[in-house]
Design a protein around this ligand. Sequence first.
Ligand code: H2B
Length: 105
Amino acid sequence: MHKKLTPHQIKELLAGLPHWRQDGEREAIVREFVFANFSEAFAFMTQVALAAEKLDHHPEWANVYNRVNVVLTTHDAGGLTERDFELAGVADAAFERFALVPRTG
Ligand code: H2B
């Protein structure tokens, strides 16, 4: 079982993930990803879903057209653990790869 992080540990880890913020209402970190279109947003979700399955750590997320809102928290621990930060890093890396794909039209 992964251990809940302390507020100090959360602050330090968040400093390394500048695009993420802590949810004000609950113990979770959140980020919105914006893509060129729905296909890219959904392809991103597919990539992150496969990685999440491998990590056995799953996001709460919502997709509307080209936007994907991701909420990460560890349900088993009732708060944030290192796994949430690991998956956040995976999502950021996947998003970076989309940003590098040249677009036409
Ligand atoms: N994902 C998240 N975000 N939090 C969890 O506590 C969690 C999970 N637990 N994915 C995993 C699955 C657990 O239910 C299985 C049995 O390992």
